[in-house]
Design a protein around this ligand. Structure first.
Ligand SMILES: [Zn+2]
Ligand SMILES: [Zn+2]
Length: 176
């Protein structure tokens, strides 16, 4: 979604739209382990207004994200529900105003006549992600010995030690 800066007024306006976030999948592809899979679109509701040259955005993002559990390796879905609040201020490199440190101030800059909200929405979505994907806080994961999903089956380590086929299977896995 793009908004013209000169159409942002002091009285808040509401906006409902869907934003494409699929390119986040590229960010998580290739070299990094894929922990999450993002939907093509998320729903966004925003109220926006200006105070002087600063632009304020407040609202929420909703959607469904797929995660890959770091313990049992299964995929699971979780709802994305995030309140968003961000302020855009004129880029100081183009305005030559006082120095602003983006990290300290929690501000982002704009320098165009038209603001593309997509990068801000994507950034907000990334901020909602858990540091480690878990299908469930209590997920018991896979047994490192027999590979059984301990959420579904008991560990077979003791049994497999007596079973020559399982011993062979374990050896093959170790070779990989
Ligand atoms: Zn799990
Ligand atoms: Zn086991």
């Amino acid at each position: 979604m793009k908004i013209l800066v000169n159409q942002i007024t002091e009285s808040p306006k509401d906006l409902t739209f869907t934003e494409g976030i699929e390119e986040l999948n590229l960010l998580y592809g290739e070299e990094r382990v894929r922990d999450f899979r993002f939907p093509p679109l998320v729903d966004v509701r925003l109220a926006y207004y200006r105070s002087g040259r600063e632009l304020f955005f407040h609202g929420s993002i909703g959607g469904t994200i797929e995660g890959y559990c770091s313990r049992c390796l299964k995929s699971y879905s979780f709802p994305l529900e995030k309140e968003v609040d961000f302020v855009l201020t004129p880029d100081p490199s183009s305005v030559k105003s006082k120095e602003l440190n983006r990290d300290e101030m929690g501000l982002s800059f704009y320098s165009e006549e038209e603001i593309n909200l997509a990068p801000f929405i994507r950034e907000q979505v990334l901020l909602t992600l858990p540091t480690r994907p878990l299908c469930n806080e209590d997920c018991r994961g896979l047994c490192p010995g027999c590979g059984v999903d301990l959420n579904e089956d008991p560990c077979r380590c003791a049994a497999s030690q007596r079973d020559p086929r399982m011993a062979l299977f374990r050896a093959m896995k170790l070779d990989q």
